[in-house]
Design a protein around this ligand. Sequence first.
Ligand SMILES: [Zn+2]
Length: 132
Amino acid sequence: MDQVLGQVLRNAVWERLDMLSDLATRADAQSLVSVARSELPRLTEGWRAMLQAHEPDERGDCPTCSTRWHRCKAPCSVWQVAHEHLVAGGLAPQQTAATQDRRRRVPGQSRVSAAETTGRHALVDPRRPITA
Ligand SMILES: [Zn+2]
């Protein structure tokens, strides 16, 4: 996948996560139940698929994170993040999410104005032909 398509893909995922976070904080109870029913199974399936790729091999290494020259012992960073967010992170999920969000935000952008415009992450207009 070339760099531009990779950026479009990552932007779409970040926007989806932002949208879900926004719904969790703003939506009314009825909408939240509806979103939870549709989105929670998708999120859990996504975690399962990702974790499956990081299951330790017979030597106890992560086959996805390891290279020919560097073996990565399980649990790799993906499993550590999963445990932190799905098991231990239940203690302070808001703080963790806010911290991660700040890391990738462009300086000077405020969350509210950015979240309410489309394409905060859209560095590339998907309607324009890709010439790279
Ligand atoms: Zn891994």
